[in-house]
Design a protein around this ligand. Sequence first.
Ligand code: ZN
Length: 442
Amino acid sequence: MSSNHRVVGKLQTLVRIPTVSYPDWDRVDVAAFDAFLVELAAQFPLVHERLGLTRVDTHGLLFHWAGRSAERPLVLMAHLDVVPVDGDAVWQHPPFGAEIHDGAIWGRGTLDDKGELVAICEAVETLLAEDFTPAQDVWLSFGCNEEVSGSAARLAVEELTRRGVRPWMVIDEGGAVATEAFPGIDVPIGVVGVTEKGVTSLELRVDGAGGHASTPARNAPTVRIARALQRLDRHQMPAHVPEPTLELFRRLAPHAPAALRPVMQNAGRIKPLVTKALVALGPETAATARTTFAMTTLSGSPALNVIASTAKAGVNIRITVGDTVASVLEHVRRTVDDDQVQVTLLEGNDPCPVSPMDEAFELIEATIVDVFPDAVPAPYVMMAATDSRHFTKICPRVYRFAPFRMTKEQRGSIHTYDEHLGVDALVDGVRWYQRLIERLPA
Ligand SMILES: [Zn+2]
């Protein structure tokens, strides 16, 4: 059996172990997580024998591979937990079956994020078998509760800090070798996340007298909440295209349809126009250009004939580069403009600092070109939050890139149904991590 098949079998075995994360620990199948770690050790014996291993949080793993130098450590991240499978969603193939159909491995976690985990381990296992020593220390940080914003990654950062390790570069999930990513552009784009939006949640609350529905007073709590939400929906924060997005446009320009080329090439100089276009094109492009507000939860009276004494709404906010939790709060208070609406910050995260496009980025870029010669590497702003945000505290160069070819359909399957990773894509991903480690600068 070839080594290609070997890595496919490893991923299949690990996808079949349902390491599902729930915010409520009582719902977590601890035995599945235990079994996963046992199976991981069985699949990657050299990684477990030769690398130093520290257990982090409940099932997180932090491996240390000593290189010739400890000057510029590399951290490769992945997480071993997955999101639950929605019972109503109809998968073409069983979500924990890891069956192979049409040249792909199907199942929950193949893309997010067991594929990366297995590709990293297989790359290291292969190099260890060749007695390779990396030029720099390599750390593997595998979280166990990323999907519920758990503490494993934060604790891994604490552990590295305790040991005096300052990573030179961190690479986590997010990004891909994406096809059909941009209308009119046929080449795959190796999108590398150089920052991510900050996830922030607010509660709006109005307290009032309540009472019987037969004698309503005006401006009840529910009405005030509704008015506050409407104002927030109407008056968004100003849009502005962040620099990584402008650089993405510049890099794609040569591959764009002729009519779009000059606009993309000069996006920086005609920023207001580009910003307007992105906002007008729809919610997805608008989200790339500004902080977004989603009014998600809403509650008032439990009964139709009772006036609510309290009305509440939840607002989920994704803060773009340039805005902050403080500026968002200021905007909300000014826009709602009602001192009876209490605004409580439930969680506040600023966007991550933008990682530089220096020699570390160039290493990622060169490795993309090497393994995916048809792809255009480019920076971008990630919309979703990853565990890597914790590493921005100890490292300026945090990048989000999964070295897998992914179609639009595949990217859309993450966290929903029909998640699948191409067999060839997995093999290329192993090669990408391997090349990256081989290329580490002395
Ligand atoms: Zn993930």
